[in-house]
Design a protein around this ligand. Structure first.
Ligand SMILES: Nc1ncnc2c1ncn2[C@@H]1O[C@H](COP(=O)(O)OP(=O)(O)O)[C@@H](O)[C@H]1O
Ligand SMILES: [Mg+2]
Length: 314
């Protein structure tokens, strides 16, 4: 068994993990490990195989082939033991709309057979963590989409599972609701919960994940921290030069000399480079006079484009 840097065995370990539906291969022999306390992501476009992988980890869908170990156990043999230690949040809300926010948490605690005082204490802690304390007595129905999503996640945590699994947790939420949710998840992670998330949003993966795998067409195409992935597959910064009069007359030899690589668009030149400010200075030295310019950090978007030749936008 491979151990993580800390010497602890991984909480989740997959080798050659495979799932087929008839002659369709949804997950084609993937390897990954999730370590204790880590925020781990599966990033990829629709149909990549993320949900199928999550369902195998959560012990609700048997694998077709390969090895899978969750908390040292085989989900084929110890499914119910594993399910008791994993909190799972699906994309669809399954909250009880007629109960109050707090009652939704209490009821779930009773499903787990927790003692009442322990349920109440944990419920209040989670209401605080997910910024729902002032809505505790309100009915669920009129809450915003973001609040409902936070409540679903809080509910899955009532029995303090070792691992929280989130499938596309911010799809359909507005930017402010996403940020509130991200903040709550980061606080939760600091409290020691291991979190596994799928997303097709690159900014979400970049903001939240300690480590992630990029999935495309049932396979893992890259793995690492957001920073490592960007370092490995993209330049550190991007310099964008804007030429409203068009870029076709710019000298290719000059553009090549500015950074590591460049792309010529109709009115912009995009230059991948180590240091955008220095590249800008070189551009001016070489006689370029863009109307405006900006420097940005390379993102996972640039990584995904380079790895797959496609954008994640659908
Ligand atoms: N129950 C199923 N039966 C048949 N095909 C499925 C089933 N679930 C998923 N698939 C197929 O497996 C592939 C991966 O799906 P999924 O894991 O849902 O991807 P993602 O979550 O990354 O969007 C897709 O081609 C999907 O159509
Ligand atoms: Mg999915």
């Amino acid at each position: 068994m491979t151990n993580s840097a800390s010497g602890q065995p991984p909480l989740i370990r997959a080798r050659g993990l495979t799932k087929t539906f008839g002659d369709r291969t949804a997950v084609a022999g993937i390897d990954f490990e999730v370590r204790d306390g880590e925020f781990f992501g599966f990033l990829g476009p629709n149909g990549a195989g993320k949900t199928t992988t999550m369902r195998m980890i959560a012990g609700v869908s048997p694998r077709t082939a390969g090895e899978l170990e969750i908390l040292g156990r085989d989900p084929d043999r110890d499914g119910s033991l594993i399910r008791a230690q994993i909190g799972v949040v699906h994309q669809q809300e399954t909250l009880d709309m007629e109960l109050s926010v707090r009652e939704n948490l209490l009821i779930f605690g009773r499903f787990f057979g927790m003692p009442r005082p322990a349920i109440a204490a944990r419920a209040d802690e989670l209401l605080e963590l997910f910024q729902l304390a002032d809505r505790a007595k309100d009915q669920v129905e009129p809450l915003s989409g973001g609040m409902k999503r936070r409540l679903s996640i809080a509910r899955s945590l009532i029995a303090s599972p070792r691992i929280l699994m989130l499938d596309e947790p911010t799809t359909g939420l507005d930017p402010q609701a996403r940020h509130l949710l991200w903040d709550a998840l980061q606080r939760l992670k600091r409290g020691g919960t291991t979190i596994v998330l799928t997303t097709h949003y690159m900014d979400e993966a970049e903001q939240l994940c300690d480590r992630l795998v990029v999935m495309d067409e049932a396979k893992i195409v890259a793995e690492g921290s957001p920073r490592q992935l960007i370092e490995q597959h993209a330049s550190r910064e991007v310099l964008e030069l804007r030429f409203p009069g068009g870029t076709e007359n710019l000298d290719a030899a000059v553009l090549e000399g500015i950074g590591d690589r460049y792309e010529r668009l109709a009115e912009r030149v995009i230059i991948g480079c180590e240091n955008g400010e220095a590249a800008h200075a070189r551009a001016l030295e070489h006689g370029l006079s863009p109307e405006s310019w900006l420097v940005r950090r390379s993102s996972l978007e640039d990584v995904f484009l380079r790895l797959t030749g496609r954008s994640l936008d659908e």
